[in-house]
Ligand binder design. Structure first.
Ligand code: G3P
Ligand code: MG
Length: 244
């Protein structure tokens, strides 16, 4: 099967990350899926943003967990990029509504590894049901307890184990966790046996964040299940050229 192209935080190489503009651009560029990051607001709403604070990506300051959705919505998330003034923080519900009519898959990264966000897993399962998204979502997290909690609410949900270091034999751990996928950082692909063992164990291998042509070629050439990239158009171009 050909390597899938997931737009990292949307097409974040071209539009402010994790905004509706970035997700629209990913759809227009023909991405197969979208990766996004979720946190919980003070009033328990699932919001799409990468950091625990709004400081880097908006004109505001402070923690997401300390602000209500209304307060978050007052901020500008254009990140100073021309042409995107007024871009707001999206709710996960809005992103699901945008993606529902498309065939795109969604990789929801649960950002519960710094702020723990008690209740985030049940909120995700509830929203998935309401939005009719079951089967289209792959959940990932650096907090693997969060993924286990998610499974306790939805035993059938797909989970991918995010990690950033170089683990020895991570496919053994993935089987122990009953995971569907490993999500290594792109340099881990150079470690011996990773691809072959994932294939043997029936695990997806979804690699992040692959932004250079050199590594896109390596990952696609190796037959990774997916590359997660800021430049979905470039990844698609390379995939087409390689005939992979
Ligand atoms: O899910 C892949 C990647 O997004 C993980 O790292 O920090 O970009 O969310 P980060
Ligand atoms: Mg992420």
């Amino acid at each position: 099967m050909k390597t899938q192209v997931y737009a990292h935080r949307g097409a974040s190489g071209y539009a402010p990350e994790n905004t509706i503009a970035a997700f629209r651009r990913a759809i227009d560029m023909g991405a197969d899926g979208i990766e996004l990051d979720v946190h919980l607001s003070r009033d328990g709403r699932l919001v799409v943003i990468h950091d625990e604070t709004v400081d880097r990506t908006s004109n505001g300051r402070g923690y997401v967990r300390d602000k209500t959705l209304k307060e978050l919505r007052e901020l500008d998330f254009s990140f100073g990029v021309d042409g995107f003034a007024g871009e707001k923080i999206p709710t996960l519900e809005e992103v699901y509504a945008l993606l529902t009519p498309t065939g795109l898959k969604i990789n929801v990264e649960i950002k519960s590894d710094i702020v723990l966000y008690p209740g985030i897993e049940s909120a995700l399962v509830e929203l998935q049901k309401q939005a009719g998204m079951a089967g289209r979502i792959l959940y990932s997290s650096f907090n693997h307890y969060s993924l286990r909690t998610l499974r306790s609410f939805d035993p059938g949900c797909k989970i991918g184990l995010l990690y950033s270091g170089i683990l020895a034999d991570p496919w053994v751990y993935a089987k122990y966790m009953d995971a569907n996928a490993l999500h290594p950082q792109f340099r881990a692909l150079l470690m011996p046996g990773l691809f072959e063992n994932c294939l043997k164990e029936g695990l997806e291998l979804n690699v992040w964040t692959v932004n250079t042509p050199e590594y896109l070629e390596k990952c696609i050439g190796a037959g990774c299940t997916a590359v997660i990239t800021n430049y979905p158009d470039v990844a698609r171009g390379i995939r087409d050229r390689m005939g992979a």
